[in-house]
Design a binder for this molecule. Structure first.
Ligand code: NDP
Length: 285
């Protein structure tokens, strides 16, 4: 039987409606969650992402601000701006759109954001808290992935989850989140030997590699939940995932499409983090 499709678009829509209600409740208490995005330079893809984030904020009532800085901005000037935002009581979330121009050290910038305002969940303090199982602001794409797995209503506890890809923004944090949910987690990467055999053991397979349609049905156990994080634009302009969807959907129990799967969840989780940060900062339960 063909897999059920997990529509990230639909899930994201439902969550955003809940977040809109939550924002309205917070406003009644005199708190308007606020997100500030800093964009350095004029990278076209970054401009699109920043605009999407601002629009998503407005739709649910979060106050959003975009600070645009020139491509030639110095590291010190950017640090100064971040320090100012760290102090600003009306700013609950700070996001510096990556990549940054060459003269700026990304790590240094991420480290300068106050961990309680780090709505991307990239600050080493938040990464560390996630690794040791403490509550913290969770990185957006991994948290969105977990939300999609929850949608299947299949218990994660005790399941074998295999994660393909070990990047700091997807593979590693999603592995920690699954471990926190009591899955047995196998992390794999480009040096893993006999990957198809390992992947085929997975009850939950999360694929985040960036290789168009690499994961064929040879990698998938019949009945597995398959989450495809990959977003690859082909020369034809078509966007495909890391999973060969048509083939794998015939044997999986659940599968996410690309586009319309993990993608729409990322910004949704950013909105959720901004509200969470506002609640934490103002000590609201
Ligand atoms: P990275 O390039 O940072 O990491 C890719 C990972 O895949 C690495 O750990 C690498 O291993 C591993 N890998 C590469 N080739 C193979 C292979 N042949 N077999 C096994 N493992 C392999 O990518 P990201 O994690 O940033 O992104 C992954 C994908 O997810 C991309 O398509 C990206 O566009 C997409 N993405 C989508 C998001 C969304 O919101 N939908 C958000 C973020 C990413 P090694 O470490 O050994 O090099």
């Amino acid at each position: 039987m063909a897999a059920q499709i997990i529509s990230g678009k639909e899930v994201a829509k439902t969550i955003r409606e809940e977040l809109k209600r939550e924002t309205e409740e917070l406003k009644k208490k005199g708190i308007t969650p606020g997100l500030t995005v800093i964009l350095v330079g004029d990278d076209p893809a970054s401009q699109i992402y920043v605009n999407m984030k601002a629009k998503a904020c407005e739709e649910i009532g979060i106050r959003s601000e975009v600070i645009r800085m020139d491509r030639s901005t110095s590291q010190d000037d950017l640090l100064e701006e971040i320090n100012r935002l760290n102090q600003d009581v009306n700013v609950h979330g700070i996001l510096v759109q990556l990549p940054l121009p060459k003269q700026i050290d990304e790590k240094l910038i991420i480290n300068a954001i106050s961990p309680e305002k780090d709505v991307d969940g990239f600050h080493p303090v938040n990464v560390g808290k996630l690794a040791i199982g403490e509550n913290t602001l969770l990185p957006c794409t991994p948290n969105g992935i977990l939300e999609l797995i929850r949608q299947t209503e299949i218990e994660i506890k005790g399941k074998h989850a295999v994660v393909i890809g070990r990047s700091n923004i997807v593979g590693k944090p999603v592995s920690f989140l699954l471990l926190r949910e009591n899955a047995t987690v196998t992390m794999t990467h480009s040096k893993t030997k006999d990957l198809p055999a390992i992947a085929k053991q997975a009850d939950i397979l999360v694929v985040a590699i960036g290789k168009p349609e690499m994961v064929t049905k040879e990698y998938v156990k019949p009945g597995a939940i398959v989450i495809d994080v990959g977003t690859n634009r082909l020369e034809s302009g078509k966007v495909v995932g890391d999973v060969k969807f048509d083939e794998v959907k015939e044997i999986a129990s659940f599968i996410t499409p690309v586009p319309g799967g993990v993608g729409p969840m990322t910004i949704t989780m950013l909105l959720k983090n901004t509200i969470e940060a506002a609640k934490q900062i103002h000590h609201v339960k």
